[in-house]
Structure formats: C-alpha cells, structure tokens
Write a protein that binds this ligand. Structure first.
Ligand SMILES: C[S@@+](CC[C@H](N)C(=O)[O-])C[C@H]1O[C@@H](n2cnc3c(N)ncnc32)[C@H](O)[C@@H]1O
Length: 393
C-alpha cells in the first residue's frame, strides 16, 4: 500500500519510534514555556540518541533509503577527489585524512583505493561519526576493504592533538541544525515549534538576542537586504562545528562539499521561504515537522557564512567551485572512460548516467559546491576554481 504521495506508509517500528521522539520533544517544548527554536527540534529529529534519524536503524543512503549522496552514486566522485586530495596531502607533509560524517563509509573505502592507485595512500584515515549505528556500518564496510597500508580509526570528536593533512565533509554541513526567522519592520522574529495535541506547528516568537544580532549583521552585508516578510534560515552552530573540526589542523585543508549558495543568492528575495526540506524514500515531504526521526531534515549551506567562520577560525578560503567544475578539472572524463572500459557491458550505461547526475546543472553539478579552507599551505588547490576569494563571496 502507498500513501497518497506514492510513499510506503511508516511501518510499526517507525511509528513507535516517531511517537517516542515526539513525546520527548513535546516535553521539551513544555519545559521551555510552550515553544522551541527550530534548531532544537532539528537536533532532536536527527540526533536524539537511539531515536533520531541518523541514530536509529534504517537504510538512509542509496536506492532503498531516503537520498543518494555523490559517493553513494558512483566511485567517480572519490576518484576525482583523490586528484585534488593527493597534492594537498603532499603539501601538508605526509598528511593523513580526517573524514567528518562518513555515512556508509563508501567515500573512505573508495578514496583510499583511488589514492593507493596513485601510490599515495595515507598512513591513517580517521573518521568522526556521531552516530554509533553509522559508525558500526562504516566499520563493517571498511574492515573488508582492501586498504593496503592505511589504518582506519574512529573518533568521538575531532582530534585535539596537532595533525596535518586533509579534513573532508561531504553533505555534513547541510545536516547541522538551522534556525528559521522572518524579517520584520523592527528586525526579525524567530519561527519555532509548538505542540498542538499530537502534532507540531510552526509558531513565531520575538527573536532572542543572538538571532537578532546575526540577522542584523546579515542585512548589513547584503547589497540587497531581505525585504520585510521574507523568511529563511541560519545555521548559527556551524561556526563552532568548523572551529572544532579544524582546531588541531596544523597544515593542510578542510574540504567542504555540499549543496549551497553564496549569501547574495541564498538570501535573495526570490528564495523567500528558505531551503529547509524533509525527505523520505527519495521524495520531498511537505510537512517538515511530521513524524520526527523518520525523515531526513536538511537545509542548504550559506558558503559565505562558512567562509567567514573559516577566517575566524584561522583558515584561508582558498577555493570555491561548483561540483561540475571540480569534477571536470579533476579528470572525470578520464576516470569515466577507465570505469566504463573495465565494466561489463550491462553496467556501462549506469556509470555514464551516474556521471551525468554528478555533472548536470539541474542535477548535482551546480547545486553542489566545493570549498577548500586552508591552513599553513599554499596549495596546489587543484580543481577548486575561484581563488583569492577575499570578501567577494
Ligand atoms: C547526509 S550524511 C552524509 C554522509 C556521507 N558523508 C556521504 O556523503 O554519503 C551526514 C553525515 O554527517 C554526520 N554528522 C552529523 N553531524 C555531524 C557532526 N557534528 N560531525 C561530524 N559528522 C556529523 C551524520 O551522522 C552522517 O554520517
């Protein structure tokens, strides 16, 4: 049986989990005077221990899951990333890799294989994964990987001891909680969540001091300020995430890949309503607040805010490109030919189609961007396009 949108209904286990998580969120709303900022709702919906979307059992990635990421789609992504990462590892001086939010572990497996083909597999590949269940899945995949001399290790949090190399975050920042706001004549109001019986509803409330200050700062920096009534979102927590992720990076780069825009486009009047979305089984779900823990919640990345956070954390925004530019510059043509030549006839069309999905403007080619944030190295930032970003982004 399918629901009206063509979705299979939630199974009994999913319904039970959503009900338990909803009860916890309702209790928090009651404790906070009847209203929660959306970031607190999103944090619970995605990361509540044992119940959140990333913390509970479920397929998540791939055809049977809710969405497909670039490394899940094709080994071409890791092969091209290797072309950019290899010179950065060398520049960092025998560098290692730190992957933040490794999902199924496929990028780790394929990136190490691609670097090994180039004769520069890292000594160590560490993964910071907050979800115990995804960590388990990564361990299962990687213990069978032909990793050669590379040792995989898992960390509960980014390292505190100095290290050099490349940190990678593919589709991680979009999964960090956001707050919603609406522009008013006085500044802005917060759009948060309240309980209405068993359901959750949006409700506005006067913005707190932090949100007011961040929106006011944003308005000052926009050549075309957001008009009254415009609503969107802000990811205030990404500054701390980025600072911590790179805190102990002595020499090297943090590479962030995600869907997003520079701030002028992100907060353009035509994007009224923002970019927050819920997904289940490859379909966009209209009710973001429904059945918490059973659908992915995500919002696009403001890459200008990320570049600002990087500068504040002592990193240099050293390159910014669309995914299509990045993959073409790092040899996707050659990699596709190699993959197709080696593949049985029946798989060849799928490899070509995956390359098209990674590259086409209406698919992942332009929505996704690649940003290099460097510390203590001068490149080469192969494939990262637009350099010397300065304040231009
Ligand atoms: C959308 S998935 C992407 C997975 C993988 N990178 C890929 O491209 O297939 C988001 C991942 O980020 C992880 N994550 C969420 N918050 C994180 C944080 N603060 N630090 C590191 N990883 C985080 C999630 O558990 C999950 O593994």
């Amino acid at each position: 049986m399918l629901t009206p949108g063509g979705l299979p209904p939630l199974d009994a286990g999913e319904r039970e989990r959503a009900a338990e998580l909803a009860a916890r969120i309702r209790a928090r709303i009651a404790d906070h005077g009847g209203w929660l900022p959306f970031s607190a709702f999103m944090q619970a919906a995605l990361y509540e221990p044992g119940l959140g979307y990333y913390m509970a059992d479920g397929a998540i990635f791939g055809g049977a899951g809710d969405f497909v990421t670039a490394p899940e789609l094709s080994p071409l992504f890791a092969a091209c990333l290797a072309d950019a990462v290899a010179p950065l590892l060398a520049a960092a001086g025998d560098g290692e890799i730190l992957e933040l939010g490794a999902g199924s572990g496929r990028l780790a497996r394929e990136l190490v294989a691609a670097l090994a083909r180039r004769g520069c597999a890292p000594r160590r590949y560490r993964i910071v994964e907050p979800s115990p269940r995804l960590q388990e899945r990564q361990r299962r995949l990687l213990e069978h990987a032909d990793a050669g001399t590379t040792a995989f290790e898992w960390l509960a949090a980014p390292p505190r001891d100095a290290w050099s190399g490349v940190a990678l975050a593919n589709e991680v920042v979009d999964a960090l909680p956001v707050d919603r706001f609406r522009v008013t004549a006085e500044g802005c109001e917060a759009i948060g969540v309240t309980a209405d019986g068993d359901a959750f509803r949006w409700q506005t409330q006067p913005a707190g001091r932090e949100l007011t200050a961040v929106v006011a700062g944003l308005q000052r920096r926009l050549l075309q300020p957001m008009p009254q009534g415009f609503n969107s979102e802000l990811r205030i927590g990404q500054d701390v995430w980025l600072r911590d992720a790179a805190a102990a990076l002595a020499r090297g780069a943090l590479v962030v890949i995600d869907y997003g825009l520079p701030r002028a486009q992100y907060y353009h009047a035509s994007r009224d309503g923002g970019t927050l979305a819920a997904f289940r089984r490859h379909r966009r779900i209209a009710d973001v607040l429904a059945a918490p823990g059973t659908q992915d919640l995500t919002a696009w990345v403001d890459f200008s805010a990320l570049a600002d956070a990087a500068r504040a954390a002592g990193l240099d925004p050293a390159g910014f490109a669309t995914q299509a530019h990045f993959l073409l510059a790092t040899g996707i043509d050659t990699e596709l030919a190699r993959l197709v030549d080696a593949a049985p006839e029946r798989d060849r069309a799928a490899h070509r189609q995956a390359a098209a999905t990674l590259l086409l403007p209406g698919e992942m080619g332009e929505r996704f961007k690649v940003m290099a944030l460097a510390r203590g190295i001068r490149g080469p930032f192969h494939g990262f396009g637009f350099r010397n970003l300065g304040a231009s982004l």
